[in-house]
Design a protein around this ligand. Sequence first.
Ligand SMILES: [Fe+2]
Length: 273
Amino acid sequence: MIQNIGFGLGLRPDHYEAILADRPRVDFFEALTENYLVPGGKALHYLDRIRQEYALVLHGVSLSIGSTAPIDRDYLKALKTLMHRVEPAWVSDHLCWTGTDGVNLHDLMPLPYTREALRHLVPRIREVQDTLGQRILLENVSSYVAYQSSEMSEWEFLAQLSREADCLLLLDVNNVYVNSVNHQFEPDEFIRGIPVDRVAQIHLAGHERQESFIIDTHDAPIVEEVWALYRRTREHLGSVSTMIERDAHIPPLEELLAELDIARGQAAAKAAA
Ligand SMILES: [Fe+2]
């Protein structure tokens, strides 16, 4: 059973003090795993204090589940220690690869949507889930290139993967929209292809529109096309925990709270429609 924990925001250091001082109306915070893996220090101190007041989920960028390099056992060990400390509602990372042979590209690279890639990913996801003792969420990434070798659509790949590996999905609605423009597919077909029982969380974010493609910048308010797709996603999935990501040009907390209220309104509008 996947719990709905409501409407959340990304936890950003710029907002630590305001969160503790104002106790804003946020149902949960999503903390970036890698910021809290080193014991001690200011970041972990704030995380502990915020955790006392709020539900928390952990979101990582280093798992590199698609890589051909072995799963980083030290990273999993540190993650498990953090999980014991803050008891997140769940842990997520990205369906991507970030490097191999000791090289970190510092980017979330897409995978080819092939049966071979599925055979590669399934035991790796199971290894991670067995080590952590729970299912993880994997997020669909935005991309600017596609592989000629792909044998199925991104959504068919996500559906098969989540069933075969018994993992959950973090559906980033902005990334679906970005990819639909960059790779020219119908975003609603993507949404309809996602198995309802696998999605535990939704991401919303802003992006930068170029003439014929979109750069996924997470530095701007959510655009109307993404809100509209979010409403249609809720019609397909029902009520799912939703969170707004802002990674650059971080505005004052009030601005993000106002955007989160829009998300609440969009979800209610769907229910009333
Ligand atoms: Fe995301």
